[in-house]
Design a binder for this molecule. Structure first.
Ligand code: AMP
Ligand code: ZN
Length: 267
C-alpha cells in the first residue's frame, strides 16, 4: 500500500512535522501525490512551482498546481523563469546547446537549472527541506543510465534524502516516492482525482533515458526496488568526503567545483 510505504520512507529521511518543507510541484502526478500525502500526514508544507514558460504546456501546469494547492489549503510560490532569469526554458536551453556545441540533452539542462533554483529559493524562503516527486522508475533509470555510461559515482547522492550536513547553504532534498512505482502513482492520483497534467513535457526528448525506460519497463517492481536498494548498499563507496565544501565563484551557490553546474552551462 502506497501510503504505508511513503510513511516508512519519510521515517527513513528523518524529517519531522515541524520542519518547513517546500514541495516542488510541477503540475504532474508525482509531485501532486507527494504534496497530497505530505499534507494528509500533517507535515508543514508549502508548494513551489517554476513556471518554465514552455507555451501552452506550462500554462496548463501552472493552472493545475494553483488548483492543487487550493484544494490542499497550502500556500504556493510561483517562480516566473522569464522574470527571474530573463527568458523561458526553451530559450535558455537552446542558448546553452548552441554555445556548448555539444549534445547536452534538454532534460539534463532543465534539471540542472531547476535544482539550482530550488536550492536558492528554498534558502531564501527559510525552508528546512525540499521535497520532489521522483519515483522508483526515475531513480532506477537514473542509476542504470549512470552505470551503463560507466559513471556509477554520479549516483553517489541517490537516496531518500540528499544532504550535505557540512554545507549550510545546501538545503536537503527528500524523495517521499522513492520506492513507489510510477504506475501505482498514476493509479493513486486518478483515484484521488488530483488536478494533474498527464501529458509529457513537449521538450522531453532525452533519447537515452527513453531507451533505458524501455528496458526498465520490462522489469518487475521487485527488480526495480532491488536496483535502488542494492545501489544504496554500495553508495558509500562512491561518496566523496563531505568536507569538500565549495561555493560557486560566480553565483555563490554550493558546488563541488569552482563553478557550479548551472553557471558552467550558462557562462
Ligand atoms: P523532472 O525533472 O521533470 O523529472 O521532475 C522531477 C521532480 O522535480 C518533480 O517530481 C517535481 O517535484 C520537481 N519539478 C519538476 N518540474 C518542476 C517545476 N516546473 N516546478 C516545480 N517543481 C518541479
Ligand atoms: Zn554558480
Amino acid at each position: 500500500m502506497i501510503e504505508n510505504q511513503v510513511k516508512k520512507t519519510l521515517r527513513k529521511t528523518g524529517v519531522n512535522k515541524k520542519e518547513k518543507i517546500l514541495v516542488a510541484v510541477s503540475g504532474g502526478k508525482d509531485s501532486a501525490v507527494t504534496a497530497y500525502l505530505l499534507s494528509k500526514f500533517g507535515y508543514n508544507i508549502r508548494g513551489f512551482h517554476i513556471d518554465l514558460k514552455i507555451g501552452d504546456y506550462s500554462e496548463k501546469c501552472k493552472n493545475a498546481v494553483v488548483e492543487l494547492c487550493r484544494q490542499l489549503g497550502i500556500s504556493l510560490i510561483i517562480y516566473d523563469i522569464k522574470k527571474e532569469m530573463g527568458s523561458g526554458m526553451c530559450y535558455l536551453r537552446s542558448a546553452v546547446q548552441s554555445r556548448k556545441k555539444t549534445e547536452i540533452k534538454n532534460c539534463a539542462i532543465c534539471g540542472v537549472i531547476k535544482k539550482w533554483i530550488f536550492n536558492k529559493e528554498a534558502r531564501k524562503l527559510k525552508a528546512d527541506k525540499i521535497a520532489t516527486g521522483h519515483n522508483l522508475d526515475d531513480e532506477s533509470q537514473t542509476f542504470l543510465m549512470n552505470l551503463f555510461k560507466g559513471s556509477p559515482e554520479l549516483s553517489a547522492n541517490i537516496g531518500v534524502i540528499t544532504e550535505n550536513t557540512s554545507n549550510k547553504k545546501f538545503i536537503p532534498r527528500i524523495k517521499p516516492l522513492f520506492y513507489i512505482a510510477e504506475e501505482d502513482i498514476r493509479k493513486y492520483s486518478r483515484q484521488k482525482k488530483l488536478p494533474v497534467v498527464y501529458e509529457k513535457c513537449p521538450c522531453a526528448l532525452d533519447s537515452y533515458r527513453i531507451q533505458v525506460r524501455e528496458f526498465t519497463e520490462k522489469l518487475s517492481e521487485k527488480e526495480k526496488v532491488n536496483v535502488v536498494r542494492n545501489f544504496e548498499r554500495l553508495r558509500e563507496k562512491f561518496r566523496k568526503k563531505e568536507s569538500e565544501i565549495n561555493y560557486c565563484r560566480i553565483c555563490g551557490e554550493p558546488s563541488r567545483n569552482q563553478v557550479c553546474r548551472k553557471c558552467g552551462l550558462m557562462q
